[in-house]
Design a protein around this ligand. Structure first.
Ligand code: UTP
Length: 398
């Protein structure tokens, strides 16, 4: 039955008379999307729709957005909504995401600034820098900061007023120069620099780069990867939220910095870097002004210890509001070293035989160091891992 003849639409739209009356406006693929939304409990998206003839362009615009949201998420909106429903239900029930896991202190290197070990690791790290690529995740809104512009444009310090992005680029260029000198005077390597942006930060980031001649970096060295936004949820039933200022639009937000893995994978950059003989990918965040002081020694640790994954962490007082890097061992034998959020670490320790929970040890700090989301990954094993999932990262509720 052709779309537009109401008789052909059977019972599926009967629960939503406003949608049913408007079906004649929709193309066959829009009808399928509407069916999918009703099946997934999204009837509220159509309940306010007026009769055909009123706001028809807006109704079609609504489906343009639904089509985009559907195609930009692995498994489409059905998967997105079903994953969200499950995660929200588990969280409501108070289900422990770490059920079956026992926490323990991960192994790692503790570095002391300036001693011989530190200096030799720094030297090793600088030597490796020309085999690295840097990736900045800068798609976040900074809502908690209450700032309207992009965070990388904020001054990193007040004496010169240099912004974070300038500091990052100048630091990478300094590594490039020092590394090339150390390896071979003729070395011309340009360290690639990827910036992940989102709709909220993309235009302003490009403007900041262009109006400052990329702060001295060759424009071809910089690659911008823009993440797509995902639908916001209005409640625990994973009903999609409508934009308060436009009832034909679903409210959207950036999806979190985990998108960087699927974007890097699909961009082809990782394979290109591998072909160029690169070995390391360093991930960092938009406003960490001290980070680059520690990168050479951390990269030196990766290189000398042969770490596939290296997470740079900072001393952390017990119960401090920063996630702790923790080793988790499951009853079935699986192990992983991950960030456990501070509000989950203390209860997890208490529930697994540590009656004092997260407490300071003889160093005066928690043995679970603070996560700063600075990761150094070895490129080859990273690509192999991504091949399994294409970089899709599951959501979580916190
Ligand atoms: P934050 O946890 O600081 O989140 O992000 P945020 O979104 O920037 O700030 P709030 O929550 O709105 O206050 C940590 C890092 O991840 C990046 C941020 O730009 C920052 O470097 N990020 C965050 C993304 O790249 N994409 C996102 O969707 C979210």
């Amino acid at each position: 039955m052709a779309p537009g003849t109401d008789a052909g639409y059977g019972q599926w739209a009967a629960a939503c008379p406003p949608l049913r009356r408007n079906l004649q406006l929709l193309s066959p693929d829009e009808v399928e999307l509407a069916k999918m939304l009703l099946n997934e409990g999204q009837i509220h998206l159509f309940e306010h729709w007026p009769e055909p003839g009123v706001d028809d362009d807006n109704k079609r615009g609504f489906f343009d957005q639904v089509r985009r949201l559907n195609s930009s998420y692995p498994g489409g909106l059905v998967s997105y909504i079903q994953n969200a429903k499950k995660l929200l239900a588990d969280s409501k029930e108070g289900k422990n995401p770490y059920d079956g896991f026992t926490p323990s202190v991960p192994s790692g290197e503790v570095l002391t600034f300036g001693n011989d070990n530190f200096v030799s690791l720094e030297t090793a790290g600088i030597k490796e820098a020309c085999n690295a690529a840097f990736v900045l995740v800068a798609g976040g809104l900074g809502e908690r900061l209450g700032y309207k512009g992009i965070k990388v444009a904020l001054p990193r310090e007040t004496t010169t007023g240099k912004c974070f992005l300038q500091h990052y680029i100048e630091s990478i260029l300094a590594f490039q120069e020092a590394s090339c000198k150390m390896v071979d005077e003729g070395c011309q390597t340009k360290i690639p620099f990827v910036i992940m942006t989102s709709d909220d930060t993309n235009a302003l980031t490009i403007k900041l780069l262009e109006s400052n001649s990329y702060f001295g970096m060759e424009p071809s060295q910089v690659k911008i990867l823009k993440q797509e936004k995902v639908a916001c949820l209005a409640d625990n039933d994973a009903r999609l939220a409508l934009d308060p200022s436009d009832k034909y639009k679903i409210q959207t937000k950036p999806h979190g910095h985990g998108d960087v893995h699927s974007l890097l994978y699909s961009s082809g950059l990782l394979e290109q870097w591998k072909t160029e003989g690169r070995k390391w990918v360093l991930f960092f965040q938009d406003t960490n002004g001290l980070l680059f002081n520690a990168i050479p020694s951390a990269l030196g640790v990766s290189a000398t210890k042969g770490y596939n994954v290296n997470s740079l962490a900072v001393p952390r007082k017990a119960k401090e509001a920063i996630g702790g890097i923790t080793k988790l061992t499951h009853v079935d034998g699986r192990t992983m070293v991950i960030n456990v959020e501070y509000n989950q670490l203390d209860p997890l320790l208490r529930a697994t035989g540590h009656p004092d929970g997260d407490s300071n040890c003889e160093t005066g700090y928690s043995p679970y160091p603070g996560n700063i989301n600075q990761l150094i990954l070895e490129l080859g094993p990273y690509i192999e891992e991504l091949k399994k999932t294409h970089g899709a990262i599951s959501e979580f509720v916190y």
